[in-house]
Design a protein around this ligand. Structure first.
Ligand code: F6R
Length: 615
């Protein structure tokens, strides 16, 4: 999704902007651009390309790229096709202003018509160009300063925005503003940095401010940061210290971020459980649960809302909470929930799960749930993200930045937090036997080691994956706790290899998908040794009888399904409820290797964005 970078200070802005854009590439984009106020001519220069940020570097040889103030952008098309004209920054009619924007201006058509009547002409199809012309109109017609023009323009805007604007008549100032779209300001020594997230900023400073919805920040050379609201009331920005280092956002020797992130999982899970797991005391403590235990214990039901991979984690969360806490749980796609007639209100606890913490549908669903009186608990990865701020309370998964577009370590982090949430609550409620709790806690403690064993299957999976590059379709089957794993395995494969894949609860296969099975069809069966093993066996036999090519994920020492399957991946055994934390790993690896064999762009698959900040 779109990325914003900005710089104002005494250094050359251009290299900082380009490097920043590259750090944001993981979000997915189709065009890029930069605007600088030239040191030589005092003019505003704008350079844009369709395609990769590297295309912008070609400008270096022939253009004026001087300047110590600039803004830059990677665009992911929403209004208008991906092309140079629609790329940001957009210039105003007067030629004085350049603006970059992330989000959607919902009333852009109405505003555009008004401006057209005033004589404004539009070059692009974007909502962003409407915004820059609106600010221009306010400024020129009212003879206003830049800040006032931005404030008044934003009062007319309906929608979501994170924006940065520069003005060649104010060469020492960048104005930024946000509403429902992410934006971070980095504070250095007499300089400021802007980013859609902290990754373009982290190598320069760890002091940051996250503007709140409806706030405008004025970044002026040599002056302290000033923040006001839309009515120009001065606010006191909270400066935070980032706990992120550069190593965490670089590849660390792996060919792709996705592989690095798959291999980081043992360590991530360790980080996620640190300070929360107390095996000897037979307890697991998520402080947010303890702080709000009355609300949670007395909940009449839980509603989990999320999208994509986070939604799959939610399906596992449902089983964990119902299993151990005996509280009814429903799991909803956030995008459906926000427009559905779901009955929600006081007494309900809504759990919102999001890696990025910026997913627009999840954020809107949270607002709706809060309006109706529900108590909202967030499970996020990105610290300080919009969702973590919009929820009443919550727990971070602490797996570090996830750069690969296909989510991997965030999924296992989410499942780990959901397991800890269910166990904390079950203990408080008294719905779990001490011995059961002890057994699960001991398993959680050794899980990072078992994950490492699961990762040892990498080479076998790499060669196995080569065989299946021929496939145009895949079926993934699982039952119980492993059913969401089957869904997640199928999602991973389609996202990065563009092979069509369906995840199904294994027993549902006979109600339709079985018709697809023939000797060409790869069927991945998640068949570890658990309470549903025997049931799954008969589903596997049904696939075999139709000559499907079975790839089975089994427990160490399995002798039955591994005899029937064409290919087998063995995993260490664990308790049933924690199975997904291991069974997911070979499916992530298989999707990764198939995509690599097929020569696909694993970290930035086509059409996908890392953080989906539009509806
Ligand atoms: C899949 C994937 C997406 C996200 C979904 C929600 O690999 O990454 O399906 O899970 O867009 O994103 P978050 O968790 O950031 O809300």
């Amino acid at each position: 999704m779109c990325g914003i970078v900005g710089y104002i200070g005494s250094r050359d802005a251009y290299p900082i902007l380009i490097k920043g854009l590259k750090r944001l590439e993981y979000r997915g984009y189709d065009s890029a651009g930069v605007a600088l106020i030239s040191e030589r001519s005092a003019h505003l220069n704008v350079y844009k390309v369709k395609g990769k940020v590297s295309g912008l570097e070609a400008y270096g040889e022939r253009e004026d790229l001087s300047g110590t103030i600039g803004i830059a952008h990677t665009r992911w098309a929403t209004h208008g096709e991906p092309c140079q004209v629609n790329a940001h920054p957009h210039l105003s009619a007067s030629g004085n202003l350049a603006l970059v924007h992330n989000g959607i201006i919902e009333n852009y058509n109405v505003l555009k018509e008004k401006l057209q009547k005033k004589g404004y002409l539009f070059k692009s199809d974007t909502d962003t160009e409407v915004l820059v012309q609106l600010i221009d109109y306010m400024k020129e017609s009212g003879k206003l300063d830049l800040l006032t023009a931005v404030r008044l323009a934003l009062k007319e805007v309906v929608g979501a925005y994170a924006l940065a604007v520069i003005d060649q008549t104010y060469p020492d100032e960048i104005i930024v503003a946000r509403k429902s779209s992410p934006l971070v300001i980095g504070i250095g020594e007499h300089e400021f940095f802007i980013g859609s997230d902290a990754s373009p900023i982290i190598e320069y400073t760890d002091q940051v401010v996250y503007p709140e919805d409806g706030e405008i920040a004025i970044l002026s050379k040599g002056k302290p940061l000033k923040v006001v609201d839309l009515s120009n009331v001065a606010l006191d920005p909270e400066v935070q210290t980032l706990e992120l280092n550069l190593g965490q956002i670089e590849k660390g020797g792996y060919p792709h971020f996705m592989l690095k992130e798959i291999f980081e999982q043992p360590e991530c899970i360790q980080d996620c459980m640190r300070g929360r797991l107390h095996v000897e005391e037979n307890e697991v403590i998520l402080s947010a649960i303890i702080d709000h235990k009355d609300k949670l214990m007395n909940a009449k039901r839980f509603i989990i809302i999320a999208c994509g991979t986070s939604w799959h984690a939610g399906l596992i969360g449902r089983q964990l909470i119902e299993h151990y806490c005996r509280i009814p749980v429903q799991v909803e796609y956030a995008s459906e929930f926000r427009y559905s007639h779901t009955v929600v209100g006081e007494g309900d606890v809504v759990i919102a799960i999001s890696q990025s913490g910026e997913t627009a549908d999840t954020l809107a669903a949270i607002e709706l749930a809060k309006e109706k009186g529900a108590f909202v608990y967030g499970i996020c990865n990105a610290i300080g993200s919009s969702i973590s701020r919009a929820t009443h309370t919550g727990s971070y998964i602490h797996v570090g930045p996830e750069i690969g577009v296909a989510s991997t370590k965030a999924f296992t982090g989410q499942v780990t937090v959901l397991a800890m949430l269910a166990l904390t609550l079950a203990k408080v409620k008294g719905t779990i036997a001490d011995e059961t709790l002890q057994e699960i806690l001991q398993e959680l403690q050794v899980l990072p080691e078992k994950m490492k064993k699961a990762l040892e299957t990498n080479e076998k999976i790499a060669s196995l994956s080569r065989i299946f590059t021929y496939a145009h379709n895949f079926i993934y089957l699982g039952r119980g706790y492993n059913y969401p794993v089957a869904l997640e395995g199928a999602l991973k494969l389609k996202e990065i290899s563009y092979i069509h894949a369906e995840g199904y609860p294994a027993a549902e296969m006979k109600h339709g998908p079985i018709a697809l099975i023939d000797m060409e069809m790869p069927v991945v069966v998640v068949a570890t040794h658990n309470s549903l093993y025997e049931k799954l066996l008969s589903n596997v036999q049904a696939v075999k009888a139709r000559q499907g090519r079975i790839i089975a994920i089994v427990s160490e020492g399995d002798e039955v399904i591994s005899e029937i399957a064409d290919y087998c991946i063995e995993l260490p055994r664990t308790v049933e409820a924690l199975d997904p934390l291991l069974t997911t790993i070979p499916l992530q690896l298989m999707a990764y290797h198939i995509a690599v064999w097929k020569g696909k762009n694993v970290d930035q698959p086509r059409n996908l964005a890392k953080s989906v900040t539009v509806e």
